[in-house]
Ligand binder design. Structure first.
Ligand code: ATP
Length: 363
């Protein structure tokens, strides 16, 4: 059968295990020889015990686990051609010519580069006697299918990335817990949530928790936000509300591009309203814990689709990223989505928020 390997790269997220499980089982079902590559690109470069054959039962009892059981890492060596040469040798040695990468835009960019260099890497390996001419001919084409695992939901082309829904659940639970204590003591709570340059987690959890105010990177507040914020909080209290919740996305910024931090917001509230105000930074709790049912199903569907895409691929087929469009798992051109995602970050860096939001479109 065809050699197929799956690995997770970049930051972990809930639901990655479901995706790994689906890749392994769909691969075996379709007659492939399936491998795990542990520790992301680092395992691919290092080879050895990092690349092991997967069995049907080796992915039993992982669907409910958070994180990624095959490990994830950042790998400097893979950014260099010499590292990718080692990786190519390790794959050829095992007959792997199909890769499923689960990671963020960096990981997908690396995979795309690897594919575009594949034939020249094999040339070099033949010339230096590290692989045979027969191996070069037999494993001449590398196919790539990607999936985005990230709680941030910051990738262009997919409605949801794997892990986002679980993070929403975790944040909502945390805010519910905070709200009950805030209610008792008539406090104001400022919750800092993750998302990097994307305000999705902040916006959605602000809705699910009836927050009074939310700060996100994509829509800097008006310059007089301290006044607006305070009058909103006062208005809520005057109608009998016993608590206030403010959500601050970790990447929130003002009109000048300066960070709006939870501490900055706290100072504004304390100085103007003298409210008892506390900050909770949720941190990695958002990335931890069991995946939600949605993320488990998402991982299953995307994993299965990724393997089907690889099995149908010809040498001319463009690398794809499996995305969610409405309720359908679809294949989109990998680099187009990565470029669009990078363009969003660029637009935001140049304070072109309108363009950033438009580019992000369905995400
Ligand atoms: P996250 O969204 O969680 O940060 P990511 O996939 O974007 O995930 P990165 O740290 O950017 O995370 O990339 C993960 C790994 O992918 C890097 O450590 C590196 O090994 C590889 N990689 C990223 N960009 C490139 C690139 N341009 N060329 C080669 N390899 C790359």
């Amino acid at each position: 059968g065809k050699g197929l390997a799956v690995f997770t790269s970049g930051g972990d997220s809930q639901g990655m295990n479901a995706a790994v499980r689906a890749v392994v089982r769909m691969g075996i079902y379709l007659g492939c020889k399936v491998f795990f590559i542990k520790e992301g690109y680092q395992g691919m470069v290092d080879g050895g015990d990092n690349i092991v054959e997967a069995t049907w039962s080796s992915v039993s009892s992982i669907i409910h686990k958070g994180g990624t059981i095959i490990g994830s890492a950042r790998c400097q060596e893979f950014r260099e051609r010499s590292g990718r040469l080692k990786a190519a040798k390790n794959l050829v040695a095992r007959g792997i010519t199909n890769l499923v990468v689960i990671g963020g835009d960096g990981s997908l960019t690396g995979a795309n580069l690897f594919r575009s260099e594949w034939s020249s890497l094999l040339d070099e390996l033949v010339q230096s006697g590290q692989i045979t001419k027969e191996q070069q001919t037999k494993f001449a084409h590398l196919h790539i299918a990607g999936m985005v695992g990230s709680i941030d939901n910051d990738f262009c082309g997919t409605d949801m990335t794997i892990g986002t829904d679980s993070a929403l659940h975790r944040i909502t639970e945390a805010i519910d817990a905070i709200a009950s204590t805030a209610y008792s003591h008539q406090r104001t709570f400022i919750m800092e949530v993750m998302g990097r340059h994307c305000g999705y987690l902040a916006i959605v959890t602000a809705l699910t928790s009836e927050a009074d105010y939310v700060f996100v990177p994509e829509m800097p507040p008006p310059r007089d936000w301290p006044t607006k914020l305070c009058s909103k909080l006062e208005q809520e209290r005057s109608t009998g509300q016993r608590l206030n919740i403010i959500i601050v996305a970790e990447g929130a910024i003002d009109q000048d591009g300066e960070p709006i931090t939870a501490e900055k917001v706290r100072q504004v509230v304390v100085e103007n309203l003298q409210q008892d105000t506390r900050i909770t930074v949720l941190g990695h709790v958002q990335r931890g814990g069991n995946p939600s049912a949605f993320d488990r199903v998402l991982g299953c569907r995307m994993g299965a689709e990724a393997v089907m895409a690889l099995m149908e691929a010809t040498p001319e087929t463009e690398s794809c990223v499996v995305s969610l469009d409405g309720n359908q798992a679809v294949r989109l051109p990998l680099m187009e989505c990565v470029e669009k995602t990078k363009a969003v970050t660029k637009a935001m860096a140049s304070k072109d928020w309108e363009n950033a939001v438009q580019l992000r479109g369905k995400s």
